[in-house]
Write a protein that binds this ligand. Structure first.
Ligand code: 5GP
Length: 195
């Protein structure tokens, strides 16, 4: 496993890491593949099992913990578990690609500690916590309670930003995408594509 590379995009929820992840996947489809996590929350209307997440029951998630099937897992929200399956990373490496993980801060730190030499971990920082709240409200996927939980958690998560290889402030999405791209291409030894 240590020869294989891992790229992690982490951030508080709503900081724009999903947009940056999508940008990188679209730009480098032959080099990168999205690491589909396992999760116990309910799918959103537009989400597909096996594409966005492997949606599991709590029971089967706990079974996988017992069978040591995860590289990392976290209870990200009260009673809601998320985790990166070893089998998912293997699947992507077998295809000759580098897995791109969109995961929360603790899980990202956990993977980076296990594979310090082979992991690139980028922290996407929102311009401010107020802006983060505004973005989550606009996204419209949260109840008031879950929105407040995400905003409170964000302040705490930002305090861990110095654990990562690069901090990218997302005050301008295009600029943030380009910064992430430069870090990824350097890490993969690809050199920058001229534009
Ligand atoms: P959402 O419910 O909005 O899809 O995701 C909630 C949070 O869980 C996001 O910050 C997302 O990046 C994170 N997440 C998704 N998959 C994983 C995972 O496998 N492990 C960890 N630790 N966090 C994850």
């Amino acid at each position: 496993m240590s020869d294989h590379k891992i790229i992690i995009i982490t951030a508080p929820s709503g900081a724009g890491k999903t947009s940056i992840t999508r940008y990188l996947l679209e730009k480098y489809p032959h080099n990168l593949a999205f690491s589909v996590s396992a999760a116990t929350r309910n799918p959103r209307s537009y989400e597909k099992d096996g594409m966005d997440y492997y949606f599991l029951t709590l029971e089967s998630f706990k079974q996988k913990i017992q069978h040591n099937a995860f590289v990392e897992w976290e209870m990200v929200y009260e009673g809601k578990y998320y985790g990166t399956l070893k089998s998912e990373l293997e699947r992507i490496w077998q295809a000759g690609k580098t897995p791109l993980l969109d995961i929360e801060v603790k899980g990202a730190i956990h993977i980076r500690e296990q594979y310090p030499e082979s992991t690139l971990a980028l922290f996407i920082e929102p311009p401010s916590v107020d802006e983060l709240r505004r973005r989550l409200e606009m996204r419209g996927t949260e109840t008031i309670e879950s929105l407040m939980a995400r905003v409170n958690k964000a302040s705490y998560e930002i305090s861990f930003k110095h654990h990562f290889d690069r901090i990218i402030v997302n005050d301008d999405l295009q600029k943030a995408c380009r910064e992430a791209e430069a870090a990824v291409t350097a890490f993969l030894g690809m050199g920058q594509i001229p534009r």
